[in-house]
Ligand binder design. Structure first.
Ligand code: ATP
Ligand code: MN
Ligand code: MN
Length: 376
């Protein structure tokens, strides 16, 4: 019935940038399991095994049918032995004992909680775990922990930040960002990127790319924007990273390239239209607890020179897996180096200019993949 004919299986690319992956996932049962395995390996800083499971998850998200027999995955790329074992157990038993072990693992459970705090990564989690800490409640109660400004904000707004951002909230924040930017640079382009550009209905943050068509960008723009929000009482946290871009520098060859654009990681106060405090203000306010009529939302702002905008847009739209495979494809299949700033052809020794994402795919000899098909 639904067996992949081997002629089709052989055609499936190992690179997710040569596949169209929508949000319509027929194999969530498997991909959720793989993502737990990958996360556990990330916590153990085992990048190879982590990537093995992430790549397998991407592949199964792409398959246009649910996997029900081992035959269904015959001949497909990205399925290593570990992955095959997990698939086999889920097919036969309905669940994987290895995944269950991970979910019950003390270290995994603690790291999962710690890394859910904004500003806390694997390194910090490792330190706190060794100190015997296990839960977010224990972290909050421990007044001796030395916290960064970012982590302090992470604990202060913890409940809001772990509850995901909805599409409606993303739309509301988009209006705020566009309005504020246009008061300083009326011609600036503001584009939502990240998961929301790929059509996701939920996200952990909202990502925006800003560029100014014309001679050059304004180094002061991000500062002006956050200063205004501060004045309006909307800014709960902000960390501006200044640009470190050097002209003529070869693109970064790292797999997970952080770029050199000026950017700003913020937490904004978004007033919730549904909650109304006004009636309380008129009556006996003193003995009424204030109702919180806002939600803390993580917002990333990135500003790029106009010539690099297409590359930045491609990089910031993700998914992370899709971007990783684009860069891997460029270097392994085309002898080119791709990052969020540009594309360098090592044979011709030139940077390839692009005014749109379509042109970048064309430079790489790839069929164009729409943003909503990049959910690898
Ligand atoms: P989510 O819904 O969880 O936010 P997302 O796909 O939007 O999912 P993000 O972590 O917001 O995930 O990242 C969006 C894209 O931007 C990813 O493809 C990632 O590679 C890229 N990205 C994130 N942070 C940086 C950074 N500091 N430098 C360069 N690129 C980044
Ligand atoms: Mn995002
Ligand atoms: Mn982000």
């Amino acid at each position: 019935e639904s067996e992949v004919p081997s002629c089709i299986a052989r055609k499936v690319s190992q690179y997710s940038c040569q596949r169209k992956t929508t949000l319509n996932n027929y194999n969530k049962k498997f991909t959720d399991a793989f993502e737990i395995m990958a996360e556990n390996y990330e916590f153990k800083e085992n990048e190879i095994f982590c990537l093995e499971f992430l790549r397998a998850a991407s592949l199964l998200k792409y398959l246009p049918f649910p996997v029900t027999r081992m035959k269904d995955i015959q001949g497909l790329p990205c399925i290593g032995d570990q992955v095959r074992d997990v698939i086999e157990e889920i097919i036969e038993e309905g669940e994987s004992s290895r995944v269950k072990e991970v979910l019950n693992d003390e270290r995994y459970k603690a790291f999962k909680q710690f890394t859910s705090v904004f500003g806390v990564g694997v390194k910090t989690s490792e330190k706190w775990y060794r100190m015997g800490l296990r839960t977010v409640e224990e972290l909050k109660a421990d007044k001796t922990l030395k916290l960064s400004k970012m982590q302090k904000a992470g604990f202060l707004y913890y409940e809001d930040l772990v509850s995901c951002v909805s599409k409606a909230e993303a739309d509301a924040v988009t209006l705020i960002v566009k309005n504020t930017v246009s008061t300083f640079l009326p011609d600036a382009l503001v584009t939502i990127t990240g998961g929301f550009r790929r059509g996701k209905k939920m996200g952990h943050d909202i990502d925006f790319l800003i560029t100014n068509p014309g001679p050059r960008e304004d180094d002061e723009l991000l500062h002006k924007v956050v200063d205004l929000w501060k004045k309006q009482g909307l800014l709960l946290y902000c960390d501006i990273i200044e640009s470190t871009f050097v002209e003529e520098q070869l693109p970064s060859r790292k797999v997970d390239a952080m770029d050199n654009f000026q950017k700003c990681f913020t937490i904004l106060k978004l007033y919730q239209p549904g909650v109304d405090n006004s009636s309380y203000n008129t009556s006996k306010k003193s003995d009424m607890a204030e109702i919180k009529d806002w939600k803390a939302i993580r917002v990333d702002l990135v500003i790029t020179p106009f010539e690099q905008y297409a590359y930045a847009l491609l990089g910031w739209t993700g998914s992370r897996e899709f971007g990783r495979d684009l860069r891997r494809y460029a270097s392994h299949e085309r002898k080119m180096i791709l990052d969020n700033h540009g594309l360098y052809d090592r044979r011709k020794r030139i940077f390839l200019k692009a005014g749109s994402e379509e042109e970048i795919f064309a430079h790489l000899g790839l069929d164009y993949v729409e943003p909503w098909e990049r959910n690898a």
